[in-house]
Write a protein that binds this ligand. Structure first.
Ligand code: CAA
Length: 394
């Protein structure tokens, strides 16, 4: 077992860390307060090559592995979790899926713009009555010969009001259940695409979350990804990678709060010594550090399995459920370590605590991750593929 990062992976982490400190930290509190979309910062992330990290250079991507992506996500999320989710959706749910399952024409037309960051993408699966229960899609894509007629409403759409392209899951053959769903590439300036209300959220407030309505939108057949009825599998396979990205976002939120707590507890004195020297605080730091390291190992394992071309569905679910719960616990404790200062905006930890909560909800709630993990166990698919043989022997 080898835990070292390569030179390239370390360089990506350093670049992301410097970028986050220099470009994302200034103004992060104001953007959160004012729900201001970080347009300029996203443009700079594109310049840095962070919007299509895992895509091939021939399509405008960075040609990097999933581990590099995870390292960059952690550094960005440490400072600005809103920028991290904008980046994560574009990388994992839009660009990765398009390269893996799109055809050459779709890649030339859309992926080159999305992976380079010239355009921004959104992934439209959730509906008012189909959140966790994602197979119950009510949005319809009626086959009209050479185009689909798209009608329906999607909600909780990250990048909803700022994206140029939506990947929309819609039901074409209701009698076939989830096997009748298609994924369509929809340009947001097409007639019938209506961007609804922007959500006023608890956290990740400068990311842009909208309800979207599709009213008789004509989508060319050429914009369907994969074979007829492939849409739900597209969504699930893409989400398996997305969950690694959100786990890395959660890790960044947790490690950002932890670093602030370590710093503050060494500076702040009470009862004649820095509070870090009181066991009540020191043990909190110890627990935070241990859980963050455990989350990091699960995330790296999921990323490694994906890079090896091995099954990573359960591994990514484990990484997400553990990292997001670690983010919540760590940020609550970081606020506690800061005392009253933790409760005001200037010290950043209250924002990180608010940002942490969504990582337990989007791209599959913690409860859905446990469904994915337990179904893999019960199907007899051991969840540590690299140790499958030794576990079967036991
Ligand atoms: N990977 C690959 N395939 C999967 C899968 C996974 N993780 N989970 C389920 N599937 C497949 C199943 O194998 C099955 O395929 P077949 O019928 O071909 O065998 C199919 O999907 C349906 O699965 P089930 O029969 O188990 O159906 P179910 O309704 O009981 O469960 C579910 C499905 C797992 C609950 C699924 O609906 C799900 O994952 N729900 C959560 C949806 C989600 O994560 N939404 C996030 C929205 S996107 C977002 O948040 C982005 C953002 O803006 C930040």
């Amino acid at each position: 077992m080898y835990f070292e990062l390569t030179e390239e992976q370390m360089a990506v982490r350093e670049a992301a860390r410097d970028f986050a400190r220099n470009e994302l930290l200034p103004g992060v509190i104001e953007r959160d307060r004012e729900m201001k979309f970080p347009k300029e910062q996203v443009r700079k992330m594109a310049e840095m090559g962070f919007m299509g990290m895992m895509n091939s250079p021939e399509y405008g991507g960075g040609g990097m592995d999933t581990i590099s992506y995870v390292l960059a996500m952690e550094e960005i999320a440490k400072v600005d979790a809103s920028c991290a989710v904008i980046m994560s959706v574009n990388n994992s749910l839009v660009c990765w899926g398009l390269e893996k399952y799109g055809n050459e024409e779709q890649k030339q037309k859309y992926l080159t713009k999305l992976a380079s960051g010239e355009w921004l993408g959104a992934f439209c699966l959730s509906e008012p009555e189909a959140g966790s229960d994602a197979t119950s899609q009510k949005t319809t894509a009626v086959d009209m010969g050479d185009y689909y007629l798209l009608n329906g409403t999607k909600n909780w759409i990250t990048n909803g009001g700022t994206s140029n392209v939506h990947l929309v899951m819609a039901q074409t053959h209701p009698e076939k259940g989830h096997k009748g769903i298609n994924c369509l590439i929809v340009e947001t300036d097409w007639p019938g695409v209506v961007i609804g209300a922007k959500e006023d959220k608890l956290g990740i407030r400068s990311s842009d979350t909208h309800t979207i309505m599709y009213n008789d939108v004509k989508v060319p057949k050429a914009n369907r990804i994969g074979d007829d009825g492939f849409g739900f599998r597209f969504a699930m396979n893409t989400l398996n990678g997305g969950r690694i990205g959100i786990a890395a976002q959660a890790l960044g939120i947790a490690s950002g709060a932890y670093e602030l707590a370590v710093k503050y507890s060494q500076e702040r004195k009470a009862f004649g010594k820095p509070i870090a020297q009181h066991q009540a605080i020191a043990f909190k730091l110890a627990d935070m550090a241990t859980e963050i390291e455990a989350a990091r190992l699960l995330i790296m394992r999921a990323a490694w399995l994906k890079d090896q071309g091995m099954d990573y569905a359960a591994a990514s679910a484990m990484a997400k459920v553990f990292a997001s719960e670690t983010a919540m616990k760590t940020t609550i404790e970081a606020v506690q370590v800061h005392g009253g200062y933790g409760y005001v905006k200037e010290y950043h930890v209250e924002r990180l605590m608010r940002d942490a909560k969504i990582t337990q909800i989007y791209e599959g709630t913690s409860e859905i991750q446990r469904i994915v993990i337990s179904r893999n166990i019960l199907k007899g698919q051991l969840y540590i593929p690299m140790w499958k043989e030794s576990m079967q022997a036991v």
